[in-house]
Write a protein that binds this ligand. Structure first.
Ligand code: GLA
Length: 415
């Protein structure tokens, strides 16, 4: 009797161990012999106990979704918003998880004050007309006309309604010289990289510098996005950003990161730019393919693999940095997308998404020796930047694993 009781206790203990052990691995466990599996998070995600529990079970690399971008972290000269970034970094430190830093230079969510001349008090200098009045100019801004949400609720889009660009009048500032811009950027990179270098193992040093021209005949100059940084400095700002990031943390992986990085045009632009700047001394050690894909031909498997092979001629380290697969035909990083209102996640669509995730992960596993991490962009469908109705991720709006989760995790059962 005593023995039976002991056996029952041992069996119960074994069963418990199994359910949290090998029988129910998280994504990070299933991929431990391949690459890290990461996720982009907000301060809110990690403050929620159920979500943070899920993050710790499934992922072993973390990217801050927004709060480490220059415009968020450093909105004005001498003004730093470290709070949310520090919270996420502390969460990672406490749980022994390393982070990807995102990002040091981007054309969007950037510290645009760096392009303005400042007086000795750090105030931007406005241009004045002959009467001494401030000169105003038009500026195109994104998203002001988003529908208003109820207090505490995210804005709800109506079917067919899209976020809009609009034109506003803003004061015209005296432009910074290239040297002033470089001084600000250098100091920014130095401060941020040093602050987090105990917990950040790689940085997206430059994000989205290449053009969407989709033209294989483009010249080297035409292959660049005509961002403010490019207009002021040409491709030199990219080289300098890498040099300054390396100077601040010689051990960090330093990535060039972009969307549509699989397309014949963009992969050629990226390849040529990285090759040239490396030859000029830019320490670019990794390329990040963002991966905002769809369930159709974006990307095609052949082009995706060709891009991987091309990049591996230049760097030893690749990552998918912002993985999601939406269910409509849009893709990439452009901001004017529909949020999938009214879209239904039918069995057919779900099967297509499962196939796409399975095919892409199969290719990624093949290159495991040179892929250090695959990061999902957001925790679940409801907090995806694409909206819950694009169903892009592995967890549903209630943080539950979707069927496609098992497709990705249990790949060993598929072949
Ligand atoms: C780009 C950026 C990300 C994020 C997404 C949209 O891909 O690199 O930081 O802003 O757009 O959420």
């Amino acid at each position: 009797m005593k023995n039976l009781k002991a056996i029952a206790i041992i069996a119960a203990a074994a069963a418990t161990m199994c359910s949290c052990g090998p029988k129910d691995p998280g994504l990070k466990d299933a991929y431990k012999n391949y690459f890290k599996i990461g996720v982009a998070v907000t301060g809110r995600n990690i403050a929620d106990s159920l979500t943070s529990e899920m993050i710790l079970k499934e992922f072993n690399s973390i990217t801050a979704e927004n709060c480490m971008k220059p415009g968020e972290l450093h909105p004005a000269p001498g003004v730093w918003n470290f709070e949310e970034a520090d919270k996420i970094a502390d969460f990672c430190r406490a749980n022994g998880i390393k982070m990807r830093g995102h990002n040091l230079v981007w054309h969007s969510q950037f510290a645009t004050w760096m392009f303005q001349a400042h007086d000795e008090n750090g105030n931007p200098i406005v241009e004045r007309d002959e009467k001494g009045d401030t000169v105003f100019v038009e500026q195109r801004v994104f998203g002001r006309r988003r529908p208003q949400g109820q207090p505490g609720q995210a804005p709800q889009f109506q079917p067919g309604q899209m976020p809009q660009f609009e034109t506003v009048m803003v004061p015209k500032y005296v432009a910074a010289s290239k040297e002033e811009f470089y001084d600000s950027l250098h100091a920014h990179i130095n401060t941020v990289v040093n602050r987090y270098k105990d917990v950040i193992y790689c940085w997206d040093v430059v994000n989205e510098a290449m053009s969407d021209a989709n033209n294989l005949e483009a010249t080297y100059e035409e292959s660049f996005r005509k961002s403010q940084a490019y207009q002021l400095c040409g491709d030199e700002f990219i080289k300098n950003a890498f040099i300054w990031a390396h100077e601040a943390d010689p051990n960090a992986g330093l990535f060039y990161n972009d969307y549509s990085a699989w397309t014949p045009s963009k992969r050629t632009y990226i390849y040529n730019m990285v090759k040239k700047l490396q030859s000029e001394g830019a320490p670019i050690t990794g390329i990040g393919m963002q991966g905002h894909y769809n369930i159709y031909d974006n990307p095609t498997l052949e082009d995706f693999e060709t891009a991987i092979k091309m990049y591996l001629e230049l760097v030893d380290d690749l990552q998918i940095t912002e993985f999601d697969i939406r269910i409509n035909e849009e893709a990439g990083g452009q901001l004017q997308f529909s949020r999938g209102e009214g879209q239904v996640y039918t069995e057919e669509i779900q099967a297509k998404q499962q196939q796409k995730y399975a095919d892409l992960f199969e290719i990624l596993r093949k290159y495991k020796n040179n892929i250090s991490c695959v990061t999902f962009w957001n925790v679940n469908d409801s907090v995806s930047w694409l909206g819950a109705n694009n169903f892009p991720l592995l967890f549903d709006k209630d943080n539950q694993r979707k069927a496609v989760y098992y497709t990705v995790r249990d790949f060993k059962n598929q072949k």
